[in-house]
Every structure is written in structure tokens, then in C-alpha cells.
Design a protein around this ligand. Structure first.
Ligand SMILES: Nc1ncnc2c1ncn2[C@@H]1O[C@H](COP(=O)(O)OP(=O)(O)O)[C@@H](O)[C@H]1O
Ligand SMILES: [Mg+2]
Length: 277
């Protein structure tokens, strides 16, 4: 019997960022339930292929509280900050040209929707969250009834709560949490972030007012250093958000380091997105 042919090891020289930045983009479909134009695409570069979303700036829905045409840059800025944390919560996201002009391109995450995927959110009849859960607040569920909305007491969600506080996320819904392969958790949809006003609107309030865990303190210290003038992060942010918005990131990071606490709702803005998914 002839010896089996050797299969050359697959070349992995192309990083995900290279792939989505330089690859050829082919639109395969549009995601209907999105508020902005969200195109589901394939991208290929040097023999590697991946799936991604492409949100052209031209397809961004105007908003009263964010300047037009800036959502794509905010999505990329959220990724850049996530990379500095080392938590890898935001899938690779870049700005690039595409069939409908400049937009953001983000690696597609195949969410684990099996029954074994950990449950992250729930509505329960009890007054207090069970062990392993944190309370978000009471919600009207129709016919005058209320139920307690809870999220899992999960360290990955806790990291995300810190990241969202840093980027001032105005829309952290349940549908934006994607459990990926191997126990990873990814977060998507970061268009309404980095406003100079406090707009933190999220489901992840379960730790509000509690001391930050040690790993978050370490990450905030590192971020404070990386946000100094002239660093690669600051240079990159200058291409994506305004100087005042970068300054507001510094202020939020400093405030969390000063208090050592997870922030609480500002009271100026609906703190919980509704519907929650
Ligand atoms: N990187 C991604 N990986 C997997 N699914 C995604 C990704 N980005 C978007 N989606 C899917 O597309 C939907 C719409 O995207 P979203 O970012 O919420 O758009 P919009 O800017 O309109 O709010 C999401 O709810 C999700 O189902
Ligand atoms: Mg959305």
C-alpha cells in the first residue's frame, strides 16, 4: 500500500484583522432585523476565507444624540479599547472600503445556540435573585404583573460591564451577547458609544456600586497608561472619535480608578434598554 500523501500544514499567516481589512468582500445577504444596514458577507484573502458583517456608513440610521456618519468609527474604537484590556470581548473590527463605500467590517461570530450554552439573562418570579444571578431590576410583563430581570453572575459579563462603562455604551442588550466556541463570550453592536455625556444603558447593572475585582483594577491602570498623549491607542482613537470623546474616556477610567467601584446609573437617562433583547 502506498504511503499516504502528506497534507501540508495549513498556512495561518493571515490574521483575522488582515483578512477583514484586505480581503475581497462579497455581500451574501442583509440582516433584516437590524436598525442600520447590516450586510452579511464573505471575505477572502490569500486563500483564507471568513464571514463578516459590513455596516456601510451610508446605511447608518441618523440619531438625535450622535453626529451622522460616526457609528462605524465608534464600533472600531470599541474594538481598539477591548484589545488593550486583553479580554478579547469584541470581535476583530476594522474600517474599510466596501461595495457601498466606507464602513465597519467585523468578524462574524457563530453563536452557540445549543441548550448547553450558558444562560446569561432571565426573568424570574422571585423578589431576590437566586445564587449565581444578579438583579437588574423589575420589569412590567403585562396584565399589571412585574417580574425580576436578572443576569448571570459571570466573570465574562463582569468584564463586559467594565468595558461598557469605559466606552460609555448606550445600548447593551441581551441580543448583543454572543456565546462563541470554547466558552468565549463576544459582544457586538458598539455604534452608540463614546458620547461625552453619560449614556451608559445596559442590562449589566448587577454589580453597580460594588468594588471592582482586582483584574479590572489592573486593566484600568493599564488603560490609563495607554490613554496618555502620543500612545498607539490615542493615535488610533484620534482617527475614530473626537478629542473631547477621547478625553471623556480618560475621565471615566480615572473615575473608576478613584472610586474603585462599578458605576451606578446616572439617573439622567433610561438605564435599562427595553426590550432587553
Ligand atoms: N459580528 C457578528 N457576529 C455574528 N452576528 C452578528 C455580528 N454583528 C451583527 N450580528 C447579527 O446582526 C444583528 C444586527 O447587528 P447589530 O450590530 O445589532 O446592528 P445595528 O447596528 O443595526 O444595531 C445582530 O443582532 C446579530 O444577530
Ligand atoms: Mg442592534
Amino acid at each position: 500500500m502506498p504511503a499516504p500523501e502528506r497534507i501540508p500544514p495549513r498556512r495561518m499567516s493571515v490574521t483575522a484583522v488582515d483578512l477583514i481589512t484586505k480581503g475581497e468582500l462579497t455581500v451574501r445577504g442583509q440582516i433584516r432585523e437590524a436598525s442600520n444596514a447590516v450586510l452579511y458577507c464573505a471575505v477572502s484573502y490569500e486563500g483564507e476565507e471568513a464571514l463578516c458583517v459590513y455596516k456601510p456608513v451610508a446605511g447608518e440610521q441618523p440619531l438625535w444624540d450622535f453626529p451622522d456618519g460616526t457609528l462605524a468609527g465608534r464600533e472600531v474604537a470599541a474594538y481598539e479599547i477591548s484589545e488593550v484590556t486583553g479580554w478579547g470581548l469584541v470581535p476583530p473590527t476594522v474600517l474599510r472600503d466596501g461595495p457601498y463605500g466606507e464602513g465597519m467590517c467585523q468578524l462574524w461570530i457563530e453563536a452557540d445556540e445549543s441548550d448547553t450554552a450558558p444562560q446569561l439573562l432571565a426573568l424570574v418570579e422571585e423578589e431576590e435573585p437566586a445564587d449565581g444571578w444578579k438583579a437588574i431590576g423589575f420589569a412590567e410583563v403585562g396584565e399589571g404583573r412585574t417580574a425580576l430581570l436578572v443576569h448571570a453572575d459571570d466573570p465574562r459579563l463582569r468584564r463586559l460591564a467594565v468595558l461598557d462603562a469605559v466606552i460609555n455604551n448606550g445600548d447593551r442588550k441581551g441580543g448583543h451577547l454572543l456565546p462563541g466556541a470554547g466558552g468565549r463570550l463576544y459582544a457586538i453592536d458598539h455604534g452608540v458609544t463614546f458620547n461625552v455625556d453619560d449614556k451608559l444603558r445596559t442590562l449589566l447593572w448587577g454589580w453597580a456600586g460594588e468594588p471592582l475585582p482586582a483584574e479590572a483594577v489592573t486593566v484600568l491602570d493599564r488603560l490609563a497608561g495607554e490613554l496618555a498623549e502620543g500612545t498607539p491607542l490615542t493615535t488610533r482613537l484620534a482617527e475614530l472619535i473626537t478629542p473631547a470623546e477621547t478625553e471623556a474616556v480618560r475621565t471615566r477610567v480615572q473615575e473608576m480608578r478613584r472610586t474603585g467601584l462599578h458605576p451606578k446609573p446616572s439617573g439622567q437617562w433610561p438605564a435599562i434598554p427595553w426590550p432587553p433583547v
